[in-house]
Unconditional design. Sequence first.
Length: 285
Amino acid sequence: MIYLSSFTFPSADMEFDFILSIKRTCYDSFYPFKILSNHDLDRFDFQPVTILYGGNGSGKSTALNVIAEKTGIRRDSIYNKSNFFPDYVKLCSMNLEEDIPDNSRIITSDDVFDYMLNIRNLNEGIDLKREELFDEYLDAKYSQFQMKSMADYEQLKKVNNSRRKTQSRFIRSELMDNVREYSNGESAFLYFTEKISEDGLYLLDEPENSLSPKRQLELMNFLEESARFFGCQFIISTHSPFLLAMSGARIYNLDENPVTIRRWTELENVRNYYDFFKNHENEFL
C-alpha cells in the first residue's frame, strides 16, 4: 500500500533565498536548512517499503522527522525542534495516493527506550508495595487487635483477612501481579508489534536499536508481512543488514552525493559484514 507517494525538500537556492530574507545573524546554525541540500537531496519517491541508509550526519533522521511533521502523523516522544524547523517544513511539499490513516505514526529510539523504562518503573513500584504488604500481613496476623470503635472496622477486616489466608494469598489479593518484565530486546520488539497496526504509514528511525540479530530478523518478517498483507507503508532509516534486505525495498543511499538508489548488497555497511565473515569463512566449516 502507498499513502505517501513522494516528498520534496527545498532546493539549495530556495534555502539560500529564505536565509537571506530573514536577516538574522545571531544564529550559528539554521538547522534543518543546509543538511539535506548538501547531499543534493530534493525528492523521495516512495514504495510500500522505503529505506534511508547513511552514516551519522547524513540527514536520514532529519528527513524522517521533517516528513513526520509535514504529514502530521502521531509521535510519542517530544522532538527537539530548532527555531527554523517550522519554516523548513513549510517549504516542503508532498503527494498522496491515499489519505494517511489516523493510526499512522513515527517511532523513534526514544519511544522504545521510554516504553522499556516505564515497564521497569512500574515493576519497581509494585515490588516496593509488595514488601510493605509482607510487613502489614505479619503485623495483622499476629497482633492482639481488639475493636474499640467503628473507626477500627477496616483494621478488623484486615486482621481477619490475614488470619484466614496464607501470606502469598493475602499478597495476591491485595496487589496486582507484576507486569511481565521482558529483556530489552523482547520489550523493543513488543513495542513495535503493539504500535504498528493495519492500514497505516509508519516512519521508523533505526528500529534495530536494542534488538539482537534474531529479533531483527523477526522484525523484518513482521514488517514485510504488514506491508504485503495488512495495508502498511514503511519509511525506515537503518544500518541493519537484515532490514536493508527486506523484499522489494527501495533504498536511498544518503552517503552518496548526489543521493542514489542502491541495492542492499552494494552498501558499504553490508559489504563490511560480508568481507568480515568471508575472511573468517574457514572458522565456520
